[in-house]
Design a protein around this ligand. Structure first.
Ligand code: SF4
Length: 432
């Protein structure tokens, strides 16, 4: 009979390439990676410190903040993973049931309840997560099927896109839209929102039962139309056709204020990564300043509620000392960088080291900083869309693509990793 650890090792090997979760870790170049989701978009500072402890004790100490506003603990092994998941469950961060944990795939507006111009949707987000956990029939939704909840009428930018997006238009009216149709949406009173979302998820599952090729809501919308799906969910009477803009800007970094009154501090993680030591240090400093929780944003920033300028300045100065992003002019904010080598077995360059070197050279860039993508291979995990300058690694060197994606034709081939800044400088000088 195979020992439990051997069974787990075999299972983990089979899971290579899965969309990871806390219960379904993914094998990467630097060991197993597990993903932790905040609850209703936030984690307590005690939970942040627990996650950093787990990363230190059971992983490599590196923690990612993803573009789904999830945290990833890296560098675990088949030996250390069981203790890590047990600690996450014990601290209330992760559901004990794997399917329930996977189901609560909800991205929440990081400024809700903080920015006075946003409606407070935290209770609604919690109710939505509770419904997704409790409704075991909805656990059959695809692994990546996701939801977003915003306190702003403009919604939140969700990349990759949420299948079902909810946005508060005002205290009395909430909109729900389906991915794949920006114009058609429904408008409901707040108490009706969660049950409407459940019905839409049921309709999606019924459609996929008859049409197995449908993988996400946008496929169902393309095949049947949003109006058909809302009608099947008995929501036709709430349909609205006016264009509703669900795009919004990212929370910036630094002190966030409304009418000159601070309400939070946003701190960026360079290329979405932080060490356990820096994470603990930052969370401890925030706790000393009276902060109790932290919001995670899809723009890879940590948002700490703080309401005095003195406290905000104190946390920013601690973050700056830790080499985190505290100023909107920091070039690292405009750079999309995948884990690269050695974290990813597909990478042929150390993308983060190369990106940090390029960012240093761009600190005094006087023009508006263009978007830059540094990718360890053509897959382009860090950013699917076009950027002004995309560097794609091939055989240990980079190809440069201008105004394209990792799949576009290169402008210059085989640039040495140490020559990224001089090449960038030369090409931008030529184009200005
Ligand atoms: S883009 Fe390539 S190298 Fe980078 S993380 Fe994705 S698969 Fe790995």
């Amino acid at each position: 009979m195979m020992a439990a650890r051997e069974v787990m090792q075999k299972d983990l090997t089979l899971r290579k390439g899965w969309c990871p979760s806390a219960h379904r870790p993914m094998q990467t170049g630097d060991g197993l990676l597990l993903r932790v989701r905040p609850r209703a978009g936030s984690l307590s500072l005690d939970q942040l410190i627990s996650i950093a402890d787990i990363a230190e004790r059971h992983g490599s100490g590196e923690i990612d903040l993803t573009n789904r506003a999830n945290l990833q603990v890296r560098g675990l092994s088949a030996e250390t993973y069981p203790e890590a998941i047990a600690a996450l469950i014990a601290s209330g961060i992760v559901e004990a049931d794997a399917d329930a944990e996977a189901a609560r795939n909800v991205v929440v507006d990081p400024l809700t309840g903080l920015d006075p111009s946003h409606i407070d949707v935290r209770n609604l987000a919690s109710a939505l997560e509770a419904m997704l956990i409790a409704r075991s029939d909805l656990h059959a939704l695809p692994n990546k099927f996701g939801f977003s909840v915003s306190g702003s009428a403009r919604g939140i930018r969700t990349a990759p896109y949420a299948d079902i997006s909810i946005a508060a238009q005002n205290q009395e009216t909430y909109s729900i839209k389906l991915d794949g149709n920006a114009e058609t949406h429904i408008e409901l009173k707040p108490p009706a929102v969660v049950s409407a979302v459940a019905r839409l998820a049921e309709v999606f599952l019924a459609l996929t039962a008859e049409n197995p090729e449908l993988r996400r809501m946008r496929d169902a919308v393309a095949a049947f139309g949003a109006t058909h799906i809302f009608t099947k969910a008995n929501l036709a009477s709430t349909l609205a056709y006016a264009t509703s803009n669900f795009e919004t800007s990212a929370p910036s970094v630094g002190i966030l204020s409304h009418a000159a009154t601070p309400y939070a501090v946003a701190i960026g993680l360079p290329f979405g990564r932080i060490t356990d030591t820096a994470f603990k240090n930052l969370a401890s400093q925030a706790r000393e300043l009276g902060c109790r929780d932290c919001r995670l944003s899809q723009q890879r920033t940590l948002v700490f509620p703080l309401t005095t300028r003195a406290d905000a300045d104190a946390l920013l100065s601690a973050a700056s000392y830790l080499n985190l992003i505290t100023q909107a002019e920091d070039p690292r904010l405009m750079m999309h960088v995948c884990p690269g080598a050695p974290s990813c077995a597909n990478a042929t360059t150390s993308t983060r080291i190369d990106a940090e070197r390029l960012a240093q050279a761009l600190r005094n860039y006087v023009e508006g900083m263009p978007s830059i993508h540094i990718s360890g291979c053509e897959k382009g995990c860090a950013h699917r869309n076009a950027t002004a300058y995309t560097f794609v690694a091939r055989n240990g060197a980079y190809d440069l693509i201008v105004n394209g994606t990792t799949q576009s034709a290169p402008h210059i081939a085989s640039i040495s990793p140490t020559s990224l800044s001089s090449t960038f400088q030369a090409i931008t000088d030529r184009r200005s």
